[in-house]
Design a protein around this ligand. Structure first.
Ligand code: PGA
Length: 241
C-alpha cells in the first residue's frame, strides 16, 4: 500500500481526480469501480469539472460497490440515485455502461452471481475507488466478512445503520440488508484508491497502516493488494507516526 497525505479535503479530492483522469486518458474504455458516501463527493465534483474541460466518459464502464436491499433506484437514498445525482447525470456516460447492484432484484442471490460474472466479463475493474466506514468496512463488507467473499447479500451492523441514519428520516427507515461486492471481488481490481478524510477516520487509518491483517477489520485485506493507494488528508493521518 502506498500512502499519500494531502493537506486538506480539497487537495485530497484533486489528487484522487488526477488518478481517475489519468486512468481514463490512458484507457478510454476503463472499467471503474465507484463508491458512495460523503468522502468521494469532492472527487466527483472534480470529475464533473474535468468533463466540462473536455474529458470523455463515453466509453467507460462502471460497477458500483453496493446498494441497499429493498430500495428502488428512484428512492432518494438509494446509491443508484446518488450516483446519477452526484456524478453520472453531469458527465457523458452511457446508461448501458453503468452497473449498480439492483436493490429490488427479483432474485437477489442470482443477481449477485450475475454481477460478479459481469465484472469478470468486462475484463475486471481497472480502478476501484473506496471509502472506509467508521467501523473499517469497505463496500458493505462489515467486520467478520471473509477475505474470500464475493458479491452477496449482507446484514448491516447497528453502527453502519446509525452512521447512515442521518440520510433517512428515522433509523428505522434504514434498510437492514444490502448487496455488496465481496472483499475478493474488490481485491481483484487492478488498482485501488482508498480515500479518507477527517479526524473520525484517523484511528482506522492508523490501524490500516500499523496493524496486521484481520477479518475483524475488513479494510486490512488491502494489505495483500499489489497496487493500492491510501489517500488521506492530514486529519485522517493524524494518528500515524
Ligand atoms: P463516508 O462513508 O464516505 O460517508 O464516510 C464511507 C463508508 O462507509 O464506506
Amino acid at each position: 500500500m502506498q500512502l499519500i497525505i494531502k493537506d486538506n479535503y480539497k487537495e485530497l479530492s484533486k489528487e484522487a481526480a488526477k488518478i481517475v483522469i489519468e486512468q481514463i486518458k490512458s484507457k478510454p474504455n476503463s472499467v471503474i469501480g465507484f463508491a458512495t458516501g460523503d468522502t468521494p463527493l469532492g472527487l466527483y465534483k472534480e470529475l464533473i469539472k474535468a468533463h466540462k474541460n473536455g474529458l470523455d466518459f463515453s466509453q467507460i464502464i462502471t460497477f458500483n460497490l453496493d446498494e441497499y436491499l429493498g430500495l428502488p433506484d428512484s428512492h432518494g437514498q438509494s446509491y443508484n440515485y446518488y450516483m446519477w445525482d452526484k456524478l453520472f447525470n453531469h458527465i457523458n456516460i452511457k446508461k448501458e455502461n453503468v452497473n449498480i447492484p439492483d436493490g429490488t432484484a427479483f432474485d437477489p442471490e442470482k443477481f449477485c452471481e450475475e454481477y460478479e460474472a459481469k465484472i469478470k466479463k468486462s475484463g475486471g475493474i481497472d480502478l476501484q475507488i473506496l471509502g472506509i466506514g467508521r467501523n473499517g468496512h469497505i463496500g458493505f463488507n462489515e467486520s467478520g466478512s471473509k477475505f474470500n467473499s464475493r458479491t452477496r447479500i449482507v446484514n448491516l451492523t447497528k453502527q453502519t445503520r446509525k452512521d447512515n441514519a442521518k440520510f433517512f428520516e428515522d433509523i428505522n427507515n434504514v434498510p437492514v440488508q444490502a448487496i455488496t461486492m465481496g472483499i475478493s471481488t474488490i481485491l481483484k481490481s487492478k488498482k485501488i484508491i482508498l480515500l479518507a478524510n477527517g479526524k473520525e477516520k484517523a484511528e482506522n487509518i492508523r490501524k490500516l497502516m500499523n496493524e496486521s491483517k484481520t477479518e475483524k477489520f475488513p479494510a486490512s485485506a488491502l494489505k495483500d493488494h499489489p497496487n493500492t493507494i491510501i489517500l488521506v488528508d492530514k486529519d485522517a493521518a493524524s494518528l500515524l507516526d
